[in-house]
Design a protein around this ligand. Structure first.
Ligand SMILES: C[S@@+](CC[C@H](N)C(=O)[O-])C[C@H]1O[C@@H](n2cnc3c(N)ncnc32)[C@H](O)[C@@H]1O
Length: 245
């Protein structure tokens, strides 16, 4: 089963399963965002939009997720925000390099099959000086965590990987500086990590790659404060969704 299929099935239960358990941690994590100014922030892997009611309305946002059923649930939660919607893949973002002031990565880096690719892409699309705000579950280098490693072959297919070592992913990426790393939940399995982009990477811009054009459909939804509805979704060919998911 692909992650897109499993999250389509999970979507109706997601808020009930995850909402209460992560409520306080989510609020703590979002308190890292600037409270003033007019930044453009990517909400990477927005899911059902549990973050949306907690976001400062002063900024502009772009919300991305792979799964239409999750985006459909997020849509009504964005009403008070300047928010643009995109269906796409975090491992191959459909945005030009340096598009965003900051990127929020709540429960996405340990979900995707290739954490390093998703982190590299987040670093690519943020401006130099911009921050990546990560909240996710990671193992420490050398941590045995035998149960989490053992269940990973099953869980990675249906919801999340449980064996991701953040430092291993970060080691493959240049131009990122660690600002902060705090335990958030479950004895430090969940961590709040803040990174800053210090330099541009010498990487191809996947948003303009035509060789990866697969003809898959994505949706770009207009700002929800302009009364976004199902009917107002504009369809276009997405050149970047990876086929392997
Ligand atoms: C655990 S949920 C997290 C949702 C939300 N960020 C939150 O904090 O509640 C993971 C989300 O990642 C999405 N997802 C899975 N693979 C993805 C990919 N390759 N690119 C973008 N989103 C993906 C799923 O559809 C799901 O909405």
């Amino acid at each position: 089963m692909s992650l897109r299929s499993s999250y389509t099935l999970i979507a109706p239960f997601y808020d009930w399963l995850i909402g209460p358990a992560l409520g306080r941690v989510r609020a703590r994590s979002l308190a890292r965002l600037p409270r003033a100014g007019n930044a453009h922030i990517l909400l990477n892997g927005i899911g059902t939009g549990l973050d949306l009611p907690l976001l400062p309305a002063t900024h502009r946002y772009t919300a991305l997720d792979l799964t239409r059923a999750m985006l459909d649930r997020a849509l009504p939660r964005g009403d008070r925000l300047d928010l643009h919607w995109t269906q796409g893949d975090s491992q191959q973002l459909p945005f030009r390099s340096g598009t965003f002031d900051h990127v929020l990565l709540h429960l996405i880096l340990a979900i995707v099959p290739d954490t390093c690719a998703a982190l590299r892409e987040a670093a690519r699309v943020v401006k130099v000086g911009g921050r990546l705000f990560v909240l996710d579950k990671f193992l420490r280098q050398g941590e045995s965590a035998w149960l989490r490693r053992m269940i990973n072959p099953l869980t990675r297919r249906i919801a999340t990987r449980t064996n991701v070592v953040f430092e291993d992913a970060l080691a493959g990426i240049s131009g990122l500086r660690l600002i902060d790393d705090q335990p958030a939940l479950a004895g430090g399995w969940f961590r709040m990590i803040t990174l800053e982009k210090t330099a541009d990477q010498d990487l191809p811009d996947s948003s303009v790659s035509s060789s990866s054009r697969r003809g898959q459909v994505s949706q770009t939804m207009p700002p929800s404060n302009a009364t976004a509805t199902e009917a107002s979704i504009r369809y276009h060919i997405n050149p970047v969704i990876a086929p392997a998911l």
